[in-house]
Design a protein around this ligand. Structure first.
Ligand SMILES: *Cc1c(COP(=O)(O)O)cnc(C)c1O
Length: 453
């Protein structure tokens, strides 16, 4: 299987190269050259598999440059750190309401599904190519900790995560800075998240430095992340009651469009999912797109669901490419206009099987309370956005993207109870090791020079 860029101006790559490259040289994102088509017989066979075996059966269609038994072992390892035997269990709250719990991984948010796998893919690449890799990213929370836990202690790798000192939640900081692993550098920047990102951008623009340290970016556009995320949609569809699954709408709290894109791609592979609801917080670029056809940036207003606080939905480009019949000239036109003018107005926007909802910060605590009062179930502030506007006509499955235990203050304010997770309690007792740096590219470069593998 080859992978092509959405901008169509760079050669197709095999799986391992596309994963290692991240952003394509022409500025596009990688997608499979063709999507496999799963038949009813495939789906019947898949229904008998456990999560890791299902993931292997799915990924083998894409990762064709990795020997099957190697891939199987790598996938198996990727799902050993999950605290629930079903990995992605479904809870039924009501006749027509389900929750897909995606927070049983090591950092208690759905990003573990992809980043545990990506960590093992990087390790595999280091081993087969005899090279080391240094991973660099900036985070305001979940991505950094999930990436760190994907690479924890992996030989041949080091990971440097920049975050704004004092501005992530204390638990998120502990997830990054209390691992005790020698190859992990939690770097607290004296500045804002934007300062951290600006420094990062400067460093990645330095081609010589980048090559010297074989720097790789942690971001939401890596091909492996999207493919790993397809698997929990497949697993969920297979485990919904048979009389419901073709009717059920998947409701996905989203910001970068990464999560929901994976489900939609799976639908395009022949899995008869009814449709998707894009559930945004008050940073609602996707809600506006799917309701009006206007894709337009606005400023970010920090919210109670911070991992969805985005200005631009970077994975939207993949949807666009597939949705306009793989017309990369059209993609280039849209993305260039968008870059120049901050927006693009689609004339006849084809929203396919998507609907959309949005949820402001004033609504989130009330939703947490009403879900708790009605079902005795506690949702985190991101998941709460999925409950904002549920369909009355058909079954819904809401993707729970983080554990409520990660957001104790918000939950306490809403229902007077603090949810507890034993793994987070353990963290509170561990020594914190963070590196304080100025938000200056030179200081960060010097640090990387000193610690890179
Ligand atoms: C990252 C994240 C999201 C948003 O995911 P996208 O890939 O941007 O759609 C939602 N909820 C939580 C808890 C997250 O960590």
């Amino acid at each position: 299987m080859k992978f092509v860029s959405t901008r169509g101006q760079t050669p197709a790559l095999g799986f391992s190269d596309a994963v290692a490259t991240g952003l394509a040289p022409d500025g596009g994102l990688y997608l499979p050259e063709t999507l496999p088509q799963f038949t009813a017989a495939d789906l019947t066979r898949f229904a008998k598999l456990g999560y890791a075996d299902l993931c292997f059966e799915f990924l083998r269609h894409f990762a064709t440059d990795i020997a099957p038994e190697t891939l199987r072992a790598l996938v198996n390892r990727s799902y050993t750190q999950f605290a629930h035997p079903e990995i992605a269990p479904i809870k039924r709250l009501d006749e027509n309401l389900f929750v897909l719990e995606l927070f049983h991984g090591p950092t208690l948010a759905f990003k573990d599904f992809a980043l545990q796998l990506l960590g093992n893919l990087y390790e595999h690449q280091c081993a087969t190519r005899g090279q080391t890799i240094n991973v660099l990213g900036a985070t305001s929370g979940d991505t950094g900790s999930a990436a760190i836990h994907g690479l924890l202690g992996k030989p041949g790798t080091a990971i440097f995560i920049l975050y704004p000192d004092g501005r992530t939640s204390p638990l998120q900081e502990r997830q990054m800075a209390c691992t005790g692993a020698d190859n992990v550098y939690a770097i607290a920047i004296d500045g804002s998240f934007d300062d951290a990102q600006a420094a990062l951008k400067d460093i990645f623009a330095d081609q010589a430095f980048r090559t010297q340290h074989r720097l790789s970016a942690v971001n939401s556009i890596n091909l492996a992340r999207v493919l790993a995320q397809c698997v929990y949609y497949l697993h969920a569809w297979l485990h919904l009651p048979a009389d419901k699954r073709n009717e059920t709408e998947f409701v996905v709290p989203t910001g970068n469009f990464g999560n929901v894109l994976a489900g939609w791609m799976l639908q395009k592979m022949g899995v008869p999912i009814h449709g998707f609801k894009v559930a945004t917080n008050q940073n609602d670029i996707l809600y506006r797109l799917f309701t009006t056809g206007d894709y337009r940036v606005s400023s970010v207003a920090p919210s109670l669901a911070p991992s969805m606080d985005i200005q631009v939905s970077s994975n939207f480009e993949r949807f666009l490419y597939l949705n306009v019949g793989r017309d990369s000239a059209k993609v280039r036109e849209v993305m260039e206009t968008f870059k120049k003018t901050g927006g693009y107005k689609f004339e006849n926007f084809n929203r396919d099987t998507f609907s959309a909802s949005r949820c402001t910060d004033t609504e989130i605590p009330g939703i947490i309370k009403s879900v708790y009062d009605r079902y005795g179930y506690i949702v985190d502030p991101h998941t709460a956005c999925g409950f904002a506007d549920l369909s009355k006509d058909r079954p819904s499955i809401v993707l729970a993207t983080a554990s409520p235990a990660k957001f104790p203050e918000t939950i306490r304010a809403a229902i007077g109870i603090e949810p507890i997770d034993p793994s987070l309690e353990r963290l509170k007792a561990l020594p914190l090791k963070k590196h304080l740096l100025k938000a200056e590219p030179a200081a960060i470069r010097a640090f990387i020079d000193q610690h890179a593998v």
